[in-house]
Design a protein. Structure first.
Length: 395
């Protein structure tokens, strides 16, 4: 379904990503004037070559692209007629004159079905560059490793010290892709890297892995947790894998309790004090409160919200007609793009930073600190207001 990208082209693409400034694709939001838009484009997109077969077998809220193609769906036929009709201006964005018809068709279908949407490595590199220490070795953990975009971006960050990426994902068939990407970066780009790099992968659900010996050993060790989890049932990377979160927890309440909450709590536990958690999520049909639930769960566990970015997706021609009412879009240089938030949370430094947290949060929520952190803050018994702080262990 996809032409294989030659290894030489892939290496050159990743070399361009390695040499590109980390903030080259960071743009200003027209409405707020804030430099917070993670723009489209950028090198590194060829990294999905190792996962594309699996991508096209994904099941989304619109169904399975593979099944649509095999059964020659009438709806698919109508969609392609509109795409290829030059008089249908709303589809002009997807008719790239520099690509073949087949390439344009597959690109449009993947976008329409919501599959093959990998987190751009160029933005993973930006987040790693922004939030990793510059004066020592660092560790990045990705609880939902996905298609490998954050793996590549992390390994190509401009750091002279050792950087280790740890990826966890229940999809066993992606391990080969991860190992291939790691080999290309560590071996083929060895002379281009700023410093030593390594990556380790675990093929199991994060909510299980976090309580294994490896997960427990990582408590308080990570500098950055960066991930983009499945959006409940909107993205099912493998309908036949019982360990995929949407298959394992088919109801949203169960999914929130048994997957989403352990994800956010686990991120808190494995971070060092002052460590950062970058979470890309978006509200979807069937889970319209994903973003707000993330903020609530993060607040309850003890995270401090520090920033958010807008991840620009496809151009949104329809939204330009009703820009005043458009939602989930961002404007850059007068163009509207569909967008998703990338939420940034910080784990408080201990113990002094505890006093900066609001009394309402401390007094009404059970704070989930590791045993070591609880020991560190046990001496902080009185806030500036003179009220007593009570910590309730959750381990």
């Amino acid at each position: 379904m996809k032409r294989r990208v030659p290894t030489e082209r892939l290496v050159n693409d990743l070399r361009k990503l390695n040499n590109a400034p980390a903030d080259q694709y960071l743009f200003t939001d027209d409405d707020t004037g804030e430099l917070c838009v993670l723009g489209k484009g950028g090198p590194g997109s060829t990294h999905t070559v190792f996962s594309r077969t699996h991508m096209c077998k994904m099941k989304t809220k619109l169904g399975s692209l593979e099944q649509w193609l095999l059964c020659r769906s009438p709806r698919l036929h109508r969609m392609l007629e509109r795409l290829l009709d030059p008089t249908v201006k709303s589809k002009a964005t997807y008719r790239d004159p520099n690509s073949t018809v087949v390439q344009n068709v597959l690109k449009y279908l993947q976008m329409h079905m919501g599959i093959g949407c990998a987190f751009p490595p160029v933005h993973a590199k930006l987040l790693a560059d922004r939030f990793l220490p510059r004066d020592r070795d660092s560790v990045v953990v990705d609880p939902c490793a996905g298609w490998g975009g954050r793996l590549v971006g992390t390994l190509l960050v401009n750091r002279r010290h050792h950087v280790q990426y740890i990826g966890i994902d229940p999809e066993q068939r992606n391990v080969e892709a991860y190992e291939s990407l790691k080999k290309i970066v560590v071996d083929d780009l060895a002379n281009d890297l700023a410093g030593p790099r390594d990556a380790v992968f675990y093929s199991e659900p994060f909510e299980d892995w976090i309580d294994t010996a490896d997960g427990l050993a990582l408590r308080g060790q990570a500098d950055l947790v960066m991930t983009s989890p499945p959006y409940f049932t909107a993205e099912n990377y493998n309908p036949e894998n019982p360990d995929q979160s949407a298959n394992r927890y088919p109801g949203y309440d169960s999914w929130r309790k048994n997957f989403y909450r352990p994800l956010i709590h686990g991120a808190f536990d494995i971070l060092k004090p002052n460590g950062l958690f970058a979470l890309n999520v978006a509200d979807v049909k069937g889970a319209p409160t994903l973003v707000e639930d993330a903020r609530e769960l993060a607040r309850k566990v003890g995270f401090i919200s520090v920033k958010s970015f807008d991840l620009a997706l496809s151009l949104s021609p329809g939204a330009q007609k009703t820009a005043g009412k458009a939602t989930n879009v961002v404007s850059v240089d007068g163009k509207l793009f569909k967008s998703e938030p990338v939420l940034i949370f910080r784990k408080p430094a201990l113990p002094s930073d505890i006093t900066t947290m609001s009394w309402s949060m401390l007094s009404h929520q059970s704070m989930a600190f590791t045993r070591e952190e609880a020991t560190l803050i046990s001496s902080v018994s009185v806030l500036s207001s003179g009220r007593t702080l009570v910590l309730i262990g959750q381990h």
